[in-house]
Ligand binder design. Structure first.
Ligand code: ATR
Length: 286
């Protein structure tokens, strides 16, 4: 990588960002293509977010990713956001266009791409059971609604959060059926049996945690399981899906795909297939 006076700067803002794998995978794609870009981490304290965005603007930074906890907080600081970002209420990618900062959401498009690549799953006409009702669930719901899903059931620990999510989407998507469930075994059996796809959007599965009562036995033979958690690579949910011989994938493909989509937005070039994912696999196996 050779920096020049013309090198375009990309980066990521978040709190913290030290753990982020984006600099590794984005720079791997930049180097693989020999582009005159560099991608750097920018740790931003919560009280400094408006100042940081102003600074990125003044410095002519070409584009940046936004990670936790700023995916929603950044929206009022941007000039415009895409329909996908509007729908999911979150921005994970910003691009400078004609001096304006435009917000996008490539988490959603990355999720759909990973479903296709890693599970050969097309949401068209499908029934999907989503575990969780936070930001990641909102992003997944928005992406599935734009991809022709037939029915979405949201199962969550706190029912009022699930209800709030479903209410905001059912108003907008009248042709899609929405359902609600708790995480209790009895109540979840019906939705699990009906689902073509089960998606975990919660942090359950990280550091050994697991859903207590999730019984995948009731899922149909062709059903698939997607866990957005990717560390450890084999989460308890993935292990349970494997025991049932269900096709399953962790969230590493989504992490790579959202990065590939952001890279394309900034550079207009598609990263060489597999470059980002290979780098991620190397990094998490260290
Ligand atoms: P994110 O933006 O990553 O989705 P979030 O907005 O904090 O994070 O949402 C976290 C989701 O994980 C929520 O649905 C949360 O359930 P509650 O609405 O009941 O809080 C869910 N979650 C987190 N820890 C959980 C646990 N131990 N068991 C079940 N659900 C959990």
């Amino acid at each position: 990588m050779q920096l020049t006076g013309k090198t375009r700067v990309l980066g990521i803002i978040g709190h913290p960002v030290a753990h982020s794998l984006s600099p590794l995978m984005q720079n791997a794609a930049i180097v693989a293509l020999g582009l005159d870009y560099i991608y750097v981490p920018f740790p931003v304290e919560p009280q400094d977010l408006p100042g940081a965005v102003k600074g990125l603007r003044s410095l002519g930074v070409h584009g940046f990713n936004v990670t936790l906890p700023y995916k929603t907080a950044i929206i009022p600081l941007l000039d415009r956001i895409s329909p996908e970002a509007e729908l999911s209420g979150a921005v994970n990618t910003v691009k400078r266009e004609d001096g304006l900062l435009i917000g996008y959401n490539t988490d959603g498009t990355g999720f759909i791409k990973s479903l296709a690549v890693d599970l050969c799953f097309n949401p068209l006409g499908a029934t999907v059971l989503i575990l969780g009702a936070g930001g990641a669930a909102r992003g997944a719901t928005a992406a599935l609604c734009s991809s022709g899903v037939r029915k979405i059931i949201v199962a969550n620990r706190t029912m009022e959060n699930a209800l709030a999510l479903v209410t905001s989407f059912s108003d907008k998507y009248r042709g899609i059926e929405f359902g609600l469930s708790s995480l209790e075994t009895k109540e979840l059996a019906g939705p699990l049996g009906a689902a073509n796809l089960l998606v975990n959007t919660t942090s359950v599965g990280m550091s050994g945690s697991s859903f207590n009562n999730l019984d995948l036995e009731v899922m149909t033979t062709g059903a698939k399981v997607y866990d957005m958690v990717y560390s450890p690579p084999e989460t308890p949910l993935i292990a349970a899906a494997k025991r049932r011989n269900l096709s399953c994938a962790n969230g590493l493909g989504m992490l790579a795909a959202q990065g590939e989509n952001a890279f394309y937005l900034w550079t207009g070039v598609t990263p060489p297939p597999g470059t980002m994912k290979t780098m991620l696999l190397k990094a998490i196996n260290l």
